[in-house]
Design a protein. Structure first.
Length: 585
């Protein structure tokens, strides 16, 4: 077979008429391929009756799947070789809207249309085979489905230069400059051990991120406490403390001014504090969950109560910090101190991990042993967790960037949220392993008394604190159904809100953006399905609904002076916001 020249295989949507030599060449190729498929299919049909039956692998259903695959493959070849004589190929809605193949070249060029359709054919049959496999339990099927989907995404023809028409066009057009530029991107990522998603020079904490004015008023070996400057003459008497997840940096809630939940909350008349957790290092090798409850959340709550001379605070817990807040409330309740927290708000937080989604695939014994091996100094490099979260959305957060930035050689676009996503934090290994074992794997948090903090048993069913629970409809990290289970554990008044979008955009959705929607229902029902069935949809951000709920808990206000000004009370300012811990790697 001779090597085709670039001019002989045009790649633009306007497919030119091939020469006689080309037609003879490709007719031979396709004819030979068809002959090979026919011979293989006939051989399969002849040998099938003699094949041994192995449950789950070579039973009759598997044999039928092999025949179906062969039949569908022949239909595709017929469509490619003689489209006028072939039945039209029905394309699913999912395939039609697949962003990887949205360019017209994938459909208007017959060769690449065949490549695209062949990929869909193979991937559909692989995924269907997982669903029809016998002899495996649901957890094994979920793991196999996740692994198969990851393999299918990795093998997409859009990820390889020889089978991506856009890459081939760009390579011819630029004389290969795109591949050299992409190689620079890849080598840079290899040197830092992390995939780059956005322009690394476009954002910086304290320059155009985390810019809400405030002061660090306390620093411990575990966290810095930041108090923000009021922007209203009067403020609500009950202050707000926000506990972000220590798996990431706190400034997801203080991105650019237009997206900042912290700035918005300050502008609503709240006295806002946030905990900025220290990224783990060798000094934190013995830190466990008890420390995040006692020396983290309870210590911050008591510090704010003493500083402002108030009996209670409103508290927000985001993701793992929300899980921890639920435990904190149970501990305070058991100690007769529940009134320290006026209300609790949970952003995408889970306590019942039986339906925790695809992260459950990362809590088997092999994964836990790997974490120990990766943590010789007692802390886990944050890049490991970043890679794990990227795998949950591999098509969008891995392969999309392989294609655009490595193969097409495109420059990175500035995106504040993706900058934050790549700004990783390290985790104490002891805490992380116990969290995965006790909560994700063994689901002990919803078993009263199965876990304890400093000797105090945890029983979530004793918590009577008014709670606002927010979930993201498309959340792939804390699935909405899993977050909803929190309503089955807490016993106080509950307002559950289902927000549009996912784990981040569902939370960081300022009203001015006019994006997404949220659903509310005064009747929780017995399941998320029941809740949604009777829910009312409201366009836009759920933030105004939350601040109305906060004011319903306590509307008392007072002048924004004295200790309500950062550094003017008993705790003096140690540094300007956003502090130093947020910048430590």
């Amino acid at each position: 077979m001779r090597d085709p020249q670039p001019t002989e295989t045009p790649l633009s949507p306007a497919f030119t008429i091939p020469s006689l030599e080309d037609m003879q060449h490709w007719t031979w190729v396709m004819g030979r391929a068809q002959q090979m498929m026919l011979e293989a299919g006939l051989q399969t049909m002849q040998e099938t009756p003699a094949m041994p039956i192995i449950p789950g692998f070579t039973d009759q259903r598997t044999i039928d799947r092999a025949r179906d695959f062969w039949t569908d493959s022949m239909k595709l070849w017929q469509h490619f070789l003689a489209p006028a004589l072939a039945d039209p190929i029905e394309e699913s809605a999912e395939h039609a809207r697949d962003k990887r193949f949205k360019a017209p070249q994938w459909r208007e060029n017959p060769v690449f249309d065949w490549i695209r359709q062949s990929y869909f054919l193979v991937s559909d049959h692989l995924l269907r085979g997982v669903e029809e496999m016998d002899g495996i339990d649901p957890h094994q099927r979920d793991q196999l489905r996740f692994a198969t989907r990851g393999f299918v995404d990795a093998m997409s023809p859009s990820n390889f230069p020889a089978t991506n028409p856009l890459v081939l066009e760009k390579t011819l057009e630029s004389g290969g400059e795109n591949l050299l530029h992409g190689l620079q991107h890849m080598l840079a990522d290899m040197s830092k051990g992390q995939l780059t998603h956005t322009d690394p020079d476009a954002f910086a904490v304290g320059r155009n991120l985390a810019m809400t004015p405030g002061k660090v008023v306390k620093r411990t070996p575990l966290y810095e406490l930041i108090q923000y400057s009021p922007t209203t003459p009067d403020v609500l008497a009950v202050p707000l403390v926000i506990f972000p997840p220590w798996i990431n940096r706190f400034y997801i809630l203080d991105l650019t001014a237009e997206k900042s939940f912290i700035k918005w909350a300050v502008d609503q008349g709240l006295t806002v504090f946030i905990v900025s957790w220290k990224s783990a290092d060798a000094t934190m090798k013995d830190v466990v969950w008890d420390d995040y409850v006692e020396q983290g959340q309870i210590d911050a709550i008591d510090t704010i109560r003493d500083l402002l001379d108030v009996p209670s605070v409103h508290a927000i817990g985001y993701c793992v910090a929300g899980t921890t807040l639920a435990a904190t409330l149970a501990v305070l309740t058991a100690r007769g101190q529940a009134d320290k927290v006026k209300s609790a708000t949970f952003f995408t937080a889970q306590v019942d991990f039986s339906k925790a989604g695809e992260l459950l695939h990362f809590v088997d014994d092999e994964q836990l042993k790997l974490i120990e091996q990766l943590s010789p100094d007692g802390f886990l490099d944050g890049r490991y967790m970043a890679a794990t979260f990227n795998l949950l959305r591999g098509r969008d957060l891995i392969w999309n960037y392989v294609t655009n930035n490595y193969l097409l050689g495109q420059d990175y676009a500035p995106f504040d949220l993706l900058h934050w996503n790549g700004d990783t934090t390290n985790l104490p290994t002891k805490w992380h392993l116990s969290y995965l074992r006790d909560l994700y794997r063994d689901n002990l948090l919803v078993k009263p008394g199965a876990l304890s903090i400093s000797g105090t048993p945890i029983d979530l069913t004793t918590v009577m604190t008014p709670s606002y629970i927010q979930a993201g409809r498309e959340d792939h990290i804390a699935p909405a159904e899993s977050v909803w289970q929190l309503t089955r554990q807490l016993r106080g008044p509950i307002r559950f809100v289902l927000a549009g979008s996912g784990h981040i955009a569902g939370v960081v959705n300022p009203p001015a953006a006019g994006k997404y929607q949220y659903w509310t229902n005064p009747v929780l029902g017995d399941s998320l399905v029941d809740f949604v069935a009777g829910a009312a949809e409201t366009k836009g951000s759920w933030w105004p609904d939350w601040i109305d709920w906060i004011r319903q808990q306590d509307a008392a206000s007072l002048a924004a002076k004295g200790a309500r000004l950062p550094g003017k009370g008993r705790l003096k300012a140690l540094a300007d916001a956003p502090g130093s811990y947020v910048c430590e790697k």
